[in-house]
Design a protein around this ligand. Sequence first.
Ligand code: SF4
Length: 356
Amino acid sequence: MEIELLRTRATKIAEILTKTNSPSYRGKQILGEIYKNYKFSYSAMTSLPLELRNNLVSEMGDSALTLTKVTESKEEQATKVLFQTTDGCKIEAVLMSFQPNDSRDYVHNSLCISSQVGCALGCTFCTTGKLGFTRNLSVDEITDQILFFLGNGQEINNILFMGMGEPFANPNVFDALKIITSKEGLGFGKRHVSVSTVGIIPGIKRLQQEFPEVKLAFSLHSPFDEQRLELMPITKMYPINDVMLSLKEFVEKTNKRVFIAYILLENVNDSIGHAEELARLIKKQGEKSYLYHVNLIRFHPGQTEKHFNTPSTKRVEIFTKTLDKLGIQNTLRQSFGVGIEGGCGQLAAKIPQAEN
Ligand code: SF4
């Protein structure tokens, strides 16, 4: 199955064209039908000769998508879809609608997508981590989450790699980014794509080299190595200071804002001391420390991490005020009843795993 997952839809189509002696320009045409016209049935691509359509169907099945919808649920500002892959794995994506803060602003939709089935990194507050790791998603499985919503007529303004899995643990994410941001692919502006990482340094460096305009979020969740190691075992491999150094390089090379995601866990990481240490870490980044923005997310207990609690409004206020006082830009994210936008894993942590 792994080898099959490495073969993208584009490769398979090219192989079929060669095998059936069809002109290679048909490949671009077929991908255009999928990425631009949202036609997901090969038999319905009437711009293609019937014989080619039949060949595509007999070799790949009629559906151009690698995912099928299992369930869809709507909240006030969010639509959550549980997908099944062709080998029966379940993944989730959520479309979130952000309401304007004032009349000059506009409603915009962000789609939070998954990059892995489960996750191997085992952060203690995250339900995805508790699922364990099954496999990386293929390039097509990543992009098809977006195609599904676009095909349903949904307007999408931003793509967030903040669903199930650690994006930089899956090398397919970089090929998916090419499709998402290329003109021939889904055509999203690079500035409208965000990747959230727990601090996989090689991934941060690769993003800086290949997609410097894509937004980067570092899920920190504690400014103290010792405590972060307990919450996020990946800290052993990539300690906070090492990650902060790679962020410094990212900011210096790209001159772009970097986001620090911070889930507030009551009486764990929401003290004044934590806020002060977080501010110190950011100030230490030097003259461009003003380009660091903290996204605070109030923790909402999921099904399995009941040993953490949501901090009170008062504690959150004290934390944000401390950051304000120390000159650190911060935003308490809208949470839609689930804390989604700040860090990876939060999506799957909040959605019932309907058929797992
Ligand atoms: S928070 Fe992210 S990296 Fe950590 S276990 Fe969850 S999905 Fe994996």
